[in-house]
Design a protein around this ligand. Structure first.
Ligand code: FMN
Length: 178
């Protein structure tokens, strides 16, 4: 099976997540077409038979080029088994209301685009303080203070649960082939 693994990533964590999913797909004997939806060229030549899309939340929403991509490809996405990986920080918050908010981030995407993925996985992202510019570091630290995440700006903090992502990918592969 050929599976499109499409992603958009501003700071690199969603790309890392997409790469991990693609590697797992290839390991299982299927073919993954890893595709950056912002910079990638046409993927149609490969005729993917399923799709997993990954996108991060920044300032309360998914990046606009990602929403544009889903809108553009909506009919195709509806015609194949598909899944969505939502990457956020709120999903690992100390506070239940923020975790709840994160659970609903995909609702707005679905309402805006009309795409309803068969499976949704919520992955906690990362805080790459050392790679941010001054303003972004300040914003990220404020966000971290608000939700109980680490605020040591001399380090990179990665929160993604890799075994849970692997389990989700396995489940998707099984469902897509059924
Ligand atoms: C400036 C900035 C704003 C963010 N805003 C939010 C937010 O509103 N809600 C949230 O849950 N996570 C937020 N995050 C956390 C990101 O979703 C997280 O860092 C993720 O790993 C980013 O994915 P990317 O590396 O693929 O861009 C923000 C991160 C940064 C740096």
């Amino acid at each position: 099976m050929i599976i499109l693994v499409g992603y958009v990533s501003i700071e690199g964590q969603s790309r890392k997540i997409a790469e991990t999913i693609a590697a797992q797909i290839e390991k299982s004997g299927d073919r993954a077409v890893l595709f950056n939806v912002v910079t990638g060229a046409e993927f149609g030549v490969d005729h993917p038979q399923a799709a997993i899309l990954c996108a991060p939340i920044h300032a309360g929403r998914y990046p606009v080029p990602f929403i544009d991509f889903v809108q553009r490809e909506r009919d195709w996405l509806k015609s194949v088994p598909s899944a969505f990986v939502s990457v956020s920080l709120f999903i690992r918050s100390e506070y239940a209301d923020e975790r709840e908010e994160a659970m609903h981030f995909p609702d707005a995407l679905m309402a805006e685009t009309g795409w309803v993925p068969g499976m949704v996985h919520h992955a906690a992202g990362a805080l790459r303080y050392t790679e941010y510019d001054f303003f972004k570091r300040w914003m990220a630290k404020r966000l971290a203070e608000r939700e109980g995440a680490p605020t040591d700006t001399k380090q990179v903090h990665e929160f993604t649960d890799w075994p849970a992502l692997q389990h989700f990918t396995d489940e998707f592969l099984t469902a897509a082939k059924a």
